[in-house]
Design a protein around this ligand. Structure first.
Ligand code: DX5
Ligand code: ZN
Length: 217
């Protein structure tokens, strides 16, 4: 499966979102971080802005919900026009029901695990999902240091997906840059989220190319 690069607009200029979305036209997805001041100690944006992002960009919109009660709210983000919706396993009550609801709405269903959360207990429900997000920082903020100790989790997940022939992508989010892209790709991740490494670079488009080249090398 080819590597996909998903810039996170958390590090974009929220007053120039349209400009900053155009600056990443060579990406595969646009990653939108939704935070609620409860699940994480930060607050970003909600449905009206996600809806406008979906209208303005040509890229598939990948919504990463870092919110409490995703069982209640994730379908609202699916209605905004997202291509994929990711919720945190630690925040949901009925992950399989929610995944099925999202898929029934034509949206790719994904779950995320935080650095201290194991993925093995979730192997039995992997086939209910289109993607698994392995966090390589504690969720909440951009620009944190990459946690290389999550690579064994990615490898175990990749082995399980390969062994069962599942069509599930592995996304890595947090501290991904041209310096770490080869490590995450080698471990088996195939969707790389990068916020500060893309929007902190002089040319976001060149940063995307560099991350892709490093991941595919
Ligand atoms: C953090 C968010 C990430 C964030 C990544 O909780 O989920 O998507 O934007 O930022 P960087 O790439 O700077 O670590
Ligand atoms: Zn994210």
């Amino acid at each position: 499966m080819s590597i996909q690069i998903a810039p996170s607009i958390l590090s974009a200029d929220f007053c120039n979102l349209e400009r900053d979305l155009k600056a990443i036209a060579n990406a595969d997805l646009v990653h939108v971080d939704v935070m609620d001041h409860h699940f994480v100690p930060n607050l970003t944006l909600g449905e009206p802005i996600v809806k406008r992002i979906c209208e303005v960009t040509d890229l598939p919109v990948d919504v990463h919900l870092m919110i409490e009660d995703p069982d209640r709210w994730a379908p609202e983000f699916a209605k905004c026009g997202a291509a994929s919706v990711t919720f945190h396993m630690g925040a949901t009550h009925a992950p399989v029901r929610l995944a099925r609801q999202l898929r029934d709405m034509g949206v790719r269903a994904c779950f995320a695990v935080r650095p201290a959360e194991p993925v093995e207990p979730l192997f039995d429900i992997l086939d209910e999902f289109d993607m698994v997000l392995v966090m390589t920082v504690e969720p909440g903020f951009g620009g944190q240091k990459f946690l290389g100790n999550q690579m064994n989790k990615v490898r175990r997940l990749r082995d399980e997906i390969t062994r069962r022939g599942l069509d599930v992508r592995i996304q890595v989010d947090g501290g991904v840059s041209p310096k770490t892209a080869d490590i995450v790709a080698a471990a088996g991740a195939d969707v790389l989220v990068a916020g500060s490494a893309v929007y902190g670079a002089p040319s976001p488009a060149e940063a995307i190319d560099q991350i892709r080249a490093k991941a595919e090398a």
